[in-house]
Design a protein around this ligand. Structure first.
Ligand code: GAL
Length: 403
């Protein structure tokens, strides 16, 4: 009897442990860098090492960025004779393990890419049918993050395919962030919490303020089309499971003001903050934006609430995000291409978030108003908020109760 009970218990434990994602990972939105936006498949060992060095030297690691993720293009075109994936021998002559070791030696974590289909989007070997074997290999290499794409997945059920890889990762025993990338096609926000730690909510981002560029079967979207398309799925995001608004285009060609807005909004939306620019040649302004700890603190707030659009009358949009300890973050965005004077009376604008049931109590409490880009205190909510916001620029604030 005792033996039967023990076996039953073991089976139960196996079933239980095989059906989970790694817990306690991504309790705040993951922060890192990904190769795709700037380099496409043109990646190699030197680039990874240079980027890892830049992470540390430019203060990005200190600011909280942690994961260095190699996207599509790292593999050889064929698996080896044992069907293991192989790093491209020309791009990575010392193999992938040595690259991972280098990244770890800088105190960073390493992420890699593959796809649920038979081939990746760029035509390299996909994981379909090799999920457990690939997950084991990543764990042996010391991989900490897997971005898992959705090309060439004919007849696959998305939830099932991501579940298989989730279980394969879990079976390795290594804590690996699982980043679902199926572009929002199968509404991953409805099932993603169980499967992974973050999920892309749209097709690929492109470096523009408000454009959509068609590519036949799919379109890439600028910063505002992405935000507008997915502003209403906020209830699905939270600690351990995040709506992923895509790798950022900060430093990739928009104006500095637009980059400030982009970074502010990804922070307000509690999106993972994954840089997508060439850190080796980044301008001083770009690094200043990316290392802005006061903005990053809004993104990393432990409540993990995605901001909502409080008002969008005229050319100014006001986005609001409740923070821990009764604090609030606000982003006043000038959507127009001319500077606008602001004259905002807090008392006249009641703020209530129905989703989190939190309100800004400006009539009972006094809040200190902190400008997160100029790093200055702007007074109290008792007085009107005045100032000028440049074209396509942002005034990002943190409101802190004074008593
Ligand atoms: C897309 C994905 C991009 C990038 C690319 C690689 O499907 O959305 O972020 O990973 O594949 O081929």
């Amino acid at each position: 009897m005792k033996k039967v009970l023990t076996i039953a218990l073991m089976v139960l434990v196996c079933v239980w442990t095989s059906a989970q994602k790694a817990d306690d990972l991504a309790l705040t939105p993951p922060m890192g860098w990904n190769s795709w936006n700037t380099f496409g498949t043109n990646i190699n060992e030197h680039l990874v090492k240079d980027i890892a060095d830049a992470f540390v030297d430019l203060g990005l690691k200190d600011a909280g960025f942690e994961y260095l993720v190699l996207d599509d293009g790292w593999m050889a075109m064929e698996r080896d004779e044992n069907y293991n994936l192989v790093a491209d021998p020309v791009k990575f002559p010392n193999g992938m393990k040595s690259v991972v070791d280098y990244v770890h030696s800088k105190g960073l974590k390493f992420g890699i890419y593959n796809c649920a289909g038979s081939k990746t989007c760029a035509g390299y070997p996909g994981s379909r049918g090799f999920e457990y074997q690939d997950a084991k290999l990543y764990a042996e290499w010391g991989v900490d993050f897997l971005k898992y794409d959705w090309c060439n997945t004919e007849n696959l059920n998305a939830k099932g395919a991501y579940q298989t890889m989730r279980d394969a990762l879990h079976a390795t025993g290594r804590p690996i962030i699982f980043s679902i990338c199926e572009w929002g096609d199968n509404e991953p926000w409805k099932w993603g919490e169980e499967m992974g730690h973050m999920w892309r909510v749209t097709g690929d981002i492109i470096n523009c303020w408000d454009c959509t560029v068609g590519h036949g079967t799919w379109s890439s979207l600028g910063v505002w089309p992405i935000i507008k398309l997915r502003k209403d799925i906020r209830k699905h995001t939270g600690p351990g499971h995040w709506n992923d608004f895509d790798m950022m285009e900060v430093g990739n060609g928009m104006t500095v003001a637009e980059d400030r807005v982009h970074f502010a909004m990804w922070s307000m939306l509690a999106s993972p903050l994954i840089m997508g620019n060439d850190l080796r040649s980044a301008s001083k302004e770009t690094i200043e934006i990316l290392t802005n700890k006061e903005v990053i603190e809004v993104n990393q707030d432990k409540l993990g609430i995605q901001a909502y659009c409080h008002s969008d009358e005229g050319d100014i949009e006001i986005w609001a995000k409740p923070l821990n300890d009764g604090e609030w973050a606000f982003a006043f965005i000038n959507m127009s291409d001319k500077a606008i004077d602001l004259n905002h009376d807090w008392a006249w604008h009641p703020v209530k978030d129905d989703l989190s049931n939190r309100s800004l109590e400006v009539n009972n409490k006094v809040y200190k108003v902190r400008d997160l880009y100029s790093h200055k205190d702007l007074g109290l909510t008792k007085t009107k908020l005045k100032g000028t916001i440049g074209a396509h620029d942002v005034l990002m604030l943190r409101l802190i109760p004074t008593e």
